[in-house]
Design a protein around this ligand. Structure first.
Ligand code: IMP
Ligand code: MG
Length: 178
């Protein structure tokens, strides 16, 4: 599996530092509140596990599953709600945890859904931000790392369902998907 990676972008130590940095900021920003942390499956599973352990607050943890990719390396315009959140978000301060913001379409879909359901506030903590991929003007509130406009895998992010278990983030060799 490691041989399929062209270049390592962020290693385990850098990722840990990002989780600590964001966790401390979120702890300060949400002081006195009990946010509903909403992890977006599957991509955000490792980032969620690491980030929530750096947040020193009472939080509720929920999961939602959406799909935007169909196995390839480009987003589709159609977002599907695969598994809905299991609790009421009305009146809650929701903190969405995402793996990566690329076109922005998934984030738009999620923010609209939560706002429609009466969330008090909706903010986003994304592991990666691929600003060069944006089709919709939307930004995350907390960003682990900016990434250039290339297809990356590892630490939750997949290609065709694989590489989610890589402990670091890297660029996939082009011959793997071309
Ligand atoms: P969107 O294009 O902002 O809607 O992003 C949708 C989803 O596409 C993200 O949550 C990721 O799961 C996935 N995605 C976007 N860019 C990459 C990438 O470089 N590698 C793996 N998954 C990606
Ligand atoms: Mg995702």
């Amino acid at each position: 599996m490691n041989n399929d990676i062209e270049e390592v972008l962020f290693d385990q130590e850098q990722i840990h530092e990002a989780a600590v940095r964001l966790g401390q900021t979120i702890t300060k920003d949400y002081a006195g509140r009990k946010p509903l942390v909403l992890s977006v499956l599957k991509g955000a599973y490792l980032w969620t596990a690491d980030l929530v352990r750096e947040i020193d607050l009472y939080v509720d943890l929920e999961f939602i599953k959406i799909s935007s990719y169909h196995g390839g390396v480009t987003s589709s315009n159609e977002i599907q709600l695969v598994t809905d959140v299991q609790s009421d978000v009305a009146g809650r301060d929701v903190l969405i945890i995402e793996d990566i913001v690329d076109t922005g379409q998934s984030l738009r879909f999620l923010k609209d859904l939560l706002k429609d359901r009466g969330a008090n506030s909706v903010q986003v903590a994304t592991f990666l931000d691929k600003k060069g991929g944006r089709k919709i003007e939307i930004d995350a509130d907390y960003v682990g790392f900016d990434v250039r406009n290339e297809f990356v895998v590892g630490y939750g992010l997949d290609y065709a369902g694989l590489y989610r278990n890589l402990p670091y983030v890297g660029i996939l060799k082009k011959d793997i998907y071309s």
